[in-house]
Structures are given as structure tokens and as C-alpha cells.
Design a protein around this ligand. Structure first.
Ligand SMILES: [Zn+2]
Length: 496
């Protein structure tokens, strides 16, 4: 660390060695996970689960090392800045969380979720809810026990939510989602729905990967520390500060999914590349929450990637790479393809307007399950009823209803709301960006995205995990969490 920002005494050297070891263990798991999603042979699944399980156990042991409190106490005595205090507070928070849940429950949870994911993979294609429910029910029961053990916030769900979005609370989100749903619904009645999908043609995979690479360059993804690949479900990861990777999915019958996935994941990747070098191997080299991370992906996807200006800029590249598929396709057609609004059963295929209704539905139902107000057996009916109220459609099969997402089988209750928080924060940031820069459309149209990135670098990326998401976003946008800017953005973009 040399002349870095941390004290140079022996206490801090010991502490930084410890945080470094934890970062290395986690980074190693990250590489194993990346490999699993991209090039691991199909037969590698079971063995890989063992490797990852061992890494998780080693990480846990290292986090809970017996002299940890002593180490933190003595480093705390020589802390001189809020950043030093934050490192210590984050380490204490992680240890506190990990110590609340007994090891036997951790193991039960891990086994129950592995079983539930396998059952989900088997049962979803044949819409076999009864078999799936038999695996999900015990998992929900264990999640309730975990939530009780965590004992964070005002009710059990808060403990689960807090793992993904530190400081957020169910009661606050219930109000937020209620207001948001009302706002979206009043807007849906007025949305132009003349938009059509692009004509069905072949968009060759190789050219789509060239396009993905061009877009990554356009937004400022650094190649020296960055890599790009294909996977079934796009994601971003960073094993360490010199290595940031993301994937996209490519469908040869439609380029939209790829283009928007690249904008989304590149947003996550730019965030990871923007953390200050001196935060490396400490808990400061991280987003403060998943909602904060998602604010970056949603900003590039929705506030840049779905604008008219973006498609004006991209059209010549598309014509060069896809001369056949682009025959007779105008810039307007492209933009309409990216901003089509239509009720859909599937969350990941839904548009920017209805997306948060899908999230609100999941939040309500998972909250009711953790509160004990909803039995797993009653999920399909509750899901159908609520989707019908929200979007006027009802799934005929559970595979495109309550069985569509992997989050619940994985035991990730409390995760869904972070998607919506990301959307709201992205809109607040876009509004702040306009106050700062003026209209962004002329810049986007010319492909000059550096000023947008430098705004995000300045206000978000370089801040790392120096404070919780709510404080970070309030400082960056000048206002507390609020659905207003998001609804205003939809109004401007979708109501003619
Ligand atoms: Zn994301």
C-alpha cells in the first residue's frame, strides 16, 4: 500500500492483510463462477459445486477468525479518517451478520437451496408446481428462521433485504412500490402502443459479437482490464481490480436483447473499473448495495441505450455489420424496437414501463411468505390474481408464472426490490446529470459518452463503499430516494 490512504502502522498492516485475504478468496470464487457460466463442460457441475462450497467455507472461516475483534479494535485506535472508520465498520457488520446465523442453519440453507434449484430446473419446463412447491416450502421455512436469527430491522424480512440493500426496510418499500404502481398504471393507459418489433431476419452471431465489442468501446469499457464473452444469462463480475468481465446473450433472430444486455452489463462493468486503485483488496472496493450497482446498469441501458439519439448514432454501425438484416430498417424502427411497451408474462422480457410492476408483484408475495401470510401452495393463485390486476393478463402455466425466476429456488428472498431501487436511482442520476451537463441527446448522438461516464466516475464510482447507498445517492442526486424522476422519465419517453 506504500503511501496509500491507510495508516502505515503494524495494526493496519495486519488488518489490510486480512481484508486482502478475504478479497482474494472471494475473487477466486468469482473466477470459478465465471468459468462455470462460460466454458465449463456440462459434466463439471457437481465437482464445481464442491469447489465453490469449499471456497465459501474458507471465506467464512477467515471472516470469523478468532482474533478478528482484537484486530479491529487495535486498528480502530489508529484510524484517522472516515474511510478508515468505514473499513472497520464494514468488517464488523460482516462478522456480526455471519455470527448471528448458526453454522447448522447455514448448511441446511445451502443444501435446501441446492435441492430446490435442481428441482426447479426439472419441474419448470413441465409446469409441475406441486413437486416444485415440495422443495420450496422447506426452503421458505429455513429463510424465516434465518431472518429471525439475523434479527435486523423492524421485522424478519428486513434482515434478508439488508444483506442485499443495507439499511433498506420493508415498510419503506411497501409505500414506495404502492406509489410507483399507481404512477405506472396511470401512465400505461396513455402509452403509445404503435411500436412494432423489428422484422424477422437473421442477425449473424459473429457480427453481433463484433457489435457488442464496438458498443463496449463506445461507452468507455477499458480493454486493458476488461474482457467480454457470451453466456445464457448475461452477468458481470470482477475477480480483482485489474480484471473486470461481462457477458452478453446473442439471439440470431433479434439483435435487441444483445444490444441492451451489453449496455446493461457494461454499466455494471464501468462501475467496477471505476473504483479507486487504493481501495483494492479492501471492503471499500465495492458498491454499497445491489440497488446502487443496478443504478449504473440501468442508467446506460435505459437512459442512454433506449434514447432516440443512441439509435441515430448506432444505425450506421448496424448497417455496416448487418447489410441484409438492416434493409429498409430506419432509425425510428430501431428505437421503437427498443422501447416497445406490451404486457408480458416474463419479467426479463418485459419493457421499461411494466418492468417494475413485475418486481412489485414479487416483492409483495415474498414479503407475505416471510411474514407467514402466504403459503407456498397458494402462490400460483396469488400470482395470477395480482398479475391480472396489474397487467390484465393471467399465466396459463406456472412455468411462465411463479416458477419463472431462479431467485426463490436459490433462496434469494429480499433480492428483487434492488432491481427497482436501481431503476429509481438511475432516473435520479439522469436528472442530476441533466442539471450538470444540460441535454445529453446531442452528446449521445455524436457518440461522445465520456462526459456521462466522468459524471458517474465522479459521483458514484470513485466513492466505492464509503457510505450506504441511500447516503451516496442523496449526495450524488441532491435528493432522497424518490419515484418522481423515474415516472417523469417514463412520461417523457413513452407518452406521445
Ligand atoms: Zn444488473
Amino acid at each position: 500500500m506504500g503511501g496509500g490512504p491507510f495508516p502505515t502502522g503494524a495494526e493496519w498492516q495486519a488488518l489490510l492483510e486480512w481484508t486482502g485475504t478475504l478479497a482474494d478468496l472471494s475473487g477466486t470464487s468469482t473466477v470459478l463462477g465465471w468459468d462455470r457460466e462460460t466454458i465449463m463442460p456440462a459434466g463439471g457441475g457437481e465437482g464445481r459445486a464442491k469447489l465453490l462450497g469449499t471456497m465459501a467455507a474458507l471465506s467464512h472461516r477467515e471472516l470469523m477468525r478468532p482474533d478478528g475483534d482484537e484486530l479491529l479494535d487495535s486498528a480502530s485506535a489508529s484510524a484517522t479518517t472516515p474511510a478508515h472508520d468505514r473499513v472497520i465498520a464494514l468488517m464488523r457488520r460482516e462478522r456480526d451478520r455471519a455470527s448471528r446465523v448458526p453454522e447448522s442453519l447455514v448448511r441446511e440453507l445451502s443444501e435446501a437451496s441446492s435441492r430446490c434449484v435442481s428441482t426447479w430446473i426439472e419441474t419448470r419446463p413441465r409446469d409441475d408446481f406441486a413437486t416444485f412447491a415440495a422443495a420450496l416450502s422447506p426452503l421458505v421455512e429455513l429463510k424465516r428462521r434465518q431472518a429471525d436469527a439475523l434479527d435486523i430491522g423492524d421485522e424478519p424480512y428486513d434482515g434478508l433485504l439488508d444483506q442485499f440493500e443495507p439499511g433498506a426496510r420493508a415498510a419503506q418499500l411497501e409505500v414506495l412500490f404502492r406509489d410507483l404502481a399507481a404512477g405506472i398504471q396511470s401512465l400505461l393507459d396513455r402509452v403509445d402502443d404503435d411500436a412494432a418489433a423489428l422484422p424477422e431476419r437473421t442477425w449473424p452471431v459473429d457480427a453481433q459479437m463484433t457489435l457488442a465489442s464496438d458498443i463496449a468501446d463506445l461507452v468507455g469499457f477499458e480493454r486493458e482490464t476488461g474482457a467480454l464473452a457470451q453466456s445464457a444469462h448475461p452477468f458481470t463480475c470482477s475477480p480483482h481490480s485489474g480484471d473486470v468481465r461481462f457477458t452478453t446473450r446473442v439471439d440470431s433472430s433479434d439483435p435487441m436483447g444483445n444490444i441492451l444486455a451489453v449496455m446493461h452489463e457494461a454499466g455494471h462493468a464501468l462501475y467496477e473499473q471505476g473504483f479507486p486503485q487504493e481501495f483494492a483488496r479492501t471492503p471499500l472496493r465495492d458498491a454499497p448495495s445491489l440497488g446502487a450497482h443496478e443504478s449504473q446498469s440501468r442508467f446506460w441501458e435505459n437512459h442512454v441505450g433506449r434514447t432516440h439519439a443512441f439509435w441515430t448514432h448506432l444505425a450506421p454501425t448496424l448497417r455496416r455489420l448487418f447489410p441484409d438484416a438492416m434493409r429498409g430498417v430506419s432509425e425510428d424502427d430501431l428505437r421503437r424496437g427498443a422501447t416497445r411497451v406490451h404486457p408480458s408474462f416474463i419479467r426479463v422480457e418485459s419493457d421499461e414501463v411494466t418492468y417494475n410492476l413485475h418486481i412489485g408483484l414479487r416483492f409483495e408475495l415474498e414479503l407475505a411468505m416471510i411474514r407467514g401470510d402466504l403459503e407456498v401452495a397458494d402462490l400460483p393463485v396469488a400470482w395470477g390474481d395480482r398479475l391480472e390486476q396489474l397487467l390484465g393478463i393471467r399465466p396459463a402455466a406456472d412455468g411462465e408464472g411463479c416458477m419463472q425466476d431462479i431467485h426463490w429456488p436459490e433462496g434469494m428472498f429480499g433480492y428483487f426490490p434492488t432491481y427497482t431501487l436501481g431503476n429509481l436511482y438511475a432516473a435520479q442520476l439522469d436528472a442530476a446529470l441533466h442539471d450538470h451537463l444540460g441535454p445529453t441527446a446531442p452528446l449521445i448522438e455524436r457518440g461522445e459518452l465520456a462526459p456521462l461516464l466522468s459524471f458517474m466516475r465522479d459521483r458514484i464510482h470513485t466513492q466505492g463503499n464509503l457510505r450506504d447507498a441511500e447516503a451516496l445517492m442523496a449526495d450524488a442526486t441532491g435528493q432522497p430516494l424518490d419515484a418522481g424522476p423515474f415516472l417523469a422519465h417514463l412520461e417523457r419517453s413513452y407518452v406521445g
